[in-house]
Unconditional design. Structure first.
Length: 102
């Protein structure tokens, strides 16, 4: 499963030119990428491995398949962060909660 997951990450990252920075992806912060505050909080919680908070945001309506600024989705953001951190926990969390990898 992990090997397949890294293949998905590699494909996702190669689909667009994304600048890597400490708090920005594609020259956007999480809040710029996801104007819906619940989604921004969801993504931040997942990236920070605060899965209790992430689940809370989903309960209050955060959409794991939200399409943000320039077409970025929470899963793409988390995939990029997972690759950067070499940690699949957030990616697995998103997929288990219905994030669409297509």
């Amino acid at each position: 499963m992990r090997q397949l997951t890294w293949i998905v990450i590699s494909i996702g990252v190669s689909l667009s030119a994304i600048a890597f920075g400490d708090t920005k992806i594609g020259n956007m912060t999480v809040r710029q990428a996801f104007p819906d505050e619940r989604v921004a909080r969801l993504v931040t919680a997942v990236v920070d491995a605060d899965f209790d908070e992430a689940n809370q945001q989903i309960k209050v309506g955060a959409d794991v398949n939200y399409i943000g600024t320039d077409g970025i989705t929470p899963l793409i953001w988390v995939m990029i962060q997972a690759r950067r951190d070499n940690d699949l926990d957030g990616l697995e969390f998103m997929l288990e909660r219905g994030a669409n990898p297509n």
